[in-house]
Design a protein around this ligand. Structure first.
Ligand code: GDP
Ligand code: GDP
Length: 537
């Protein structure tokens, strides 16, 4: 999967203040972002979002949120946005206000965007009703064929806009196609098990007060279904273990030392060279020998030397965006933080995205040479502090390095490759269920709203990231704290250093009970943007 394509495409929302950019942004990514925030227990920066429409995923950016100086004149704001969008986006959505009508600032934004190679859509927002939709017609004057009347706050017209928008995206990257294949296989597998078409193994019912009234689950696998199962596992393993070397992305804020680290590792000033038009927007990949095989290093730093599109914090924001794009096609992200600054909100934001994407994570505390008054315990205290600041990253190994002196820089790659292997690890079903039996014997799921979930069995449906499906009664009532408990048991027993793991809970009717194969509970990919947008009349 490594080394090809550019990661998820970027769709930038541009427009003068108050036209409804952030409303549109929230309409498209809102629901999913809220779920992620909840899971990561962190307030996420709402300027970037992961969206999905008609099974195409893309990164959505509200460039309005990137404005740095609130009292800049509108023209200046629009210019910054437009330039950033032209430099970075695969599709641009210019939002205008149908109530106010065309303004000079709109015209200016439009003029700037005329040079963009990326397709431009005009969204005439606040077209709340049919009469306003007619008003929106004046924006045709700007000259873009893809002009849509929408009402972001109600969702009117947004579906039609998105239908066209996803068609204008560049083709899907091999990494994205591979991810989809894995996901589809895992879904199908889990659905088959849930429907009783596949029986992964025979379980001993965990003993409990109410064990007696459960339908029996210990069904013998007959030879035929055993074969089907074996074939399925093989297919999934094949999908998971393509021969591509680990792809490792160096991500982080501006000036944390990404290019210094890469140069130190490569031993040459490579990252500054490629200022080739057309290739510069994307991160640059280098294949390097590693032990007996290879790794691919994805550099998000080299590009910054070129694009003087903005400076200061707007540039920093965009370096975040480049990190996000690189993360979407890496196996493992090495998040560099500045040892002197410590973990900042922007760092946590990038790390949150790594978790969301299910990539491996190594946290490298750079500039360790510049951290003053170090003692024997300094590093441990530092790690403890990071754990405290960002508990949702507790699975990620931390290493202190200096790109300047070369201290421990090779350890970064060692850890990244370890994490890569952990991310692809597969736990045999028997072992997994021994763990489940012990874990649920020791502690039952708590009662939620009068319902006590009961876990019957589990299976690892996919790797990269490791994804476990638990079949349960009252699957929807497994409390977050109990999910954490199970995750911790899994990690205690099987490791999974540096990789997020996913737990999916599915309703499982007993085998003798009625088979409700069509009633699949929402698993991993649930709650995406799709639900947030209603088709207009
Ligand atoms: P931004 O500055 O471009 O991000 O604009 P906002 O998303 O903050 O929206 C500015 C104002 O327009 C807010 O008061 C919104 O409630 C309002 N607004 C957004 N979308 C619509 C819409 O579809 N119809 C109407 N009538 N108002 C809207
Ligand atoms: P990037 O924007 O993340 O690619 O960061 P650079 O690699 O360009 O580094 C930003 C600045 O930090 C430069 O001035 C580097 O010399 C400095 N720097 C990078 N790594 C280290 C380090 O390990 N120690 C110290 N003291 N400075 C460093």
């Amino acid at each position: 999967m490594a080394g090809q394509g550019t990661g998820l495409p970027i769709v930038a929302i541009v427009g003068r203040p108050n036209v409804g950019k952030s409303t549109l942004f929230n309409r498209i990514v809102g629901e999913r972002a809220a779920i992620v925030e909840d899971r990561a227990r962190t307030t996420r920066d709402r300027m970037y979002g992961d969206a999905e429409w008609n099974s195409r995923r893309f990164l959505l950016v509200d460039t309005g949120g990137l404005e740095i100086a609130p009292d800049d004149p509108i023209e200046a704001k629009v210019q910054v946005q437009a330039r950033l969008a032209i430099a970075e986006a695969d599709v641009i959505v210019l939002v205008v206000d149908a109530i106010t009508g065309l303004t000079p600032a709109d015209r200016e934004a439009a003029d700037l965007l005329r040079v963009a190679k990326a397709p431009v859509f005009v969204a005439a927002n606040k077209a709340d009703n049919a009469a306003r939709e007619l008003d929106a017609a004046e924006f045709w004057e700007l000259g873009w064929e893809r002009t849509f009347a929408i009402a972001a706050s109600h969702g009117r017209g947004v579906a039609d806009l998105l239908d066209e928008l996803v068609l204008a995206l560049p083709p899907e990257s091999p990494a994205e196609l591979a991810r989809k294949t894995r996901q589809a296989e895992a879904d199908e597998f889990a659905a088959d098990v849930a429907a009783g078409r596949l029986e992964p193994f025979v379980v001993d019912e965990p003993e409990g007060d109410d064990a007696g009234d459960e339908p029996e689950l210990g069904l013998d696998i007959d030879d035929a279904s055993g074969d089907v199962e074996a074939a399925k596992w093989d297919a999934m393993l094949a999908a998971a273990s393509d021969d591509e070397p680990p792809a490792i992305a160096f991500v982080g804020r501006q000036n944390v030392g990404k290019s210094s680290l890469l140069n130190a590792l490569l031993g040459e000033e490579r990252t500054i060279v490629s200022d080739v038009p057309g290739t510069t927007r994307d991160a640059i990949d280098t294949r390097v020998a590693w032990g007996r095989s290879e790794v691919v290093l994805i550099d998000t730093a080299g590009i910054k030397k070129r694009g003087k599109v903005a400076s200061g914090s707007a540039a920093d924001r965009f370096s975040t965006l480049r990190s996000l794009r690189a993360i979407s096609r890496a196996d493992v992200a090495v998040l560099l933080i500045d040892g002197v600054d410590g973990l900042t909100a922007q760092d946590a934001h990038i790390a949150g995205y790594v978790v969301e994407e299910g990539r491996g994570l190594v946290i490298a505390v750079n500039k360790w040479d510049a951290v003053e008054d170090k003692q024997g315990s300094t590093f441990d205290q530092y790690v403890e502090w990071i754990r405290h600041e960002a508990p949702f990253l507790d699975f990620a190994p931390v290493v202190s390095i200096s790109a300047k002196t070369g201290q421990r820089i090779h350890r970064v790659l060692e850890l990244a490759v370890d994490v890569w292997a952990e991310r692809r690890k597969r736990v045999p079903t028997g072992e997994l269920n021994r763990l489940l039996t012990t874990a649920s014997d020791r502690q039952q799921p708590p009662v939620v709203k009068g319902k006590r979930p009961k876990l019957f069995y589990a299976t690892q449906a996919s790797v990269a990231p490791p994804t476990f499906v638990f079949f349960a009664r009252e699957a929807g009532s497994v409390h977050f704290s109990y999910q954490r408990y199970l995750e911790n048991r899994l990690r205690d027993t099987f490791g999974f250093l540096g990789t997020p793991i996913r737990l999916v809970f599915r309703e499982r009717a007993g085998i003798r009970a009625e088979r409700r194969s069509t009633k699949r509970r929402g698993g991993g990919g649930g709650g995406r943007a799709t639900a947030a947008v209603k088709r207009g009349r």
